[in-house]
Design a protein around this ligand. Sequence first.
Ligand code: BG6
Length: 472
Amino acid sequence: MTPFILVIFGATGDLAQHKLIPALFALFKTNHLPKDFYIIGFSRREFKDEEFHSYFKPQLEDPKWKDFTSHLFYQSASFEEKNGYENLNKKLLEIDEKLGACIARFFYLATPPDHYETILEKLVETKLSEGCGHDKGNWTRLIIEKPFGKDLDTAKALDKKLAEIFEEKQIFRVDHYLGKETVQNMLAFRFANGIFEPVWKKEYIDHVQITFAQDEGVGTRGKFFDGIGILRDIAQNHLLQLLAAVAMESPKSFTKEDLRDARAEVIKNVKVADNNSIIRGQYEGYKDEKDVEKDSDTETFVAMKMFVNTKRFNGVPFYVRAGKKLKKEVVEISVVFIQTCHILFKEYGCPEIGNVITFRIQPNEGISLRFIAKTPGAKLGLESVDMKFNYKEGFGTSGLEAYERVLLDIFAGDQTLFNRSDELESSWKFITEILTKWEQNKSDLLTYEQGTLGPDRSNELIEQDDKKWLLI
Ligand code: BG6
């Protein structure tokens, strides 16, 4: 693997602290990183390198941390002032000189999105965006985190700005759910197993349920989350990508553009069932959280009934919900098949729900298949039972953590698991329509008790169609 320099803007923020640095450290420990690599944290806090190293408390005890910190540097600077970038540039040139070559530079925007524009402008102003070497585009990459914009217009404007500065092959728009082993496995499950693909369509599928439940609240991220809300934070990206993994057509190949085409086609065709099919909620006590406005109307829960208007899925309802401070910490997708109680069994009573395939994205990553079995005993009776596969038991490992995979792909220049701009545009189009409706009617924000599964209305959303959430 070739040497690289990774500059993390917002290096003292939540993302760097909880995801990026731990993922880089894990890759280091498993020998996934080259001999020569440099990570430079760029943030406002006044830290010396050593203070920056000590900032990562959970890692400090690890005997390998010290070795890792010899690759970890810090540039204290404001995002608005040019001199910080100039100092950064000096550091980069020193590294180039030391190694006697132009080293690949990755600029990771891990700041709240309101800093993106300023940082991009400064990268241009100081020519850092231009990189070095012969084929400059190959050696400079820009990594940008979600939320990518606040709505369709701002997302388009941001994309335009990026396109003015970088070539498409240099831009990595992160949605770390695409890097989850379990999400990728859904495609293997669907397309590598001949027994499932033929029934993966509206003629056999009754409906799909997706639950993205988090037991934590906003915690220390109030400043980031308030005013953004769960629709932008999770639905616009992670939820739609999960839905795309269920509904996409078989890609022509597993190459970058074919996979992105298949995902984009689903997202372009997603619709909310009707105006009454979106429930939004806020957990009790949210307004008292740190850095949250006292009169905030930011939603911490959303549930929707949606349709995917493709030939394969047209008319099949997708019930999706995502929320914070819920009863459980679980991300799960269930594909519920049409229950056709065979005439032979009608008089013995068929279970209400027949076949269900459940993908457990986390925790206890795995897949289960619910089917109907005869209950033991002399009398003929039927009940649903589960056949289960669990990653840890099956393979002895749950694989790479999502950010480890995301980072490795960035280093390798593989954009398959990153959003293309048309995918983003379609998802923002969908989300912006909802946001506009919410703007017009602020009174429909429901409060829900912490430790539940959101407002009761989200149960009615599915029960009115004579179905039930399977995860309760
Ligand atoms: C992030 C969201 O993208 O994903 C967070 O900003 C959310 O609000 C997180 O908690 C969930 O990711 P994971 O990998 O912990 O399930």
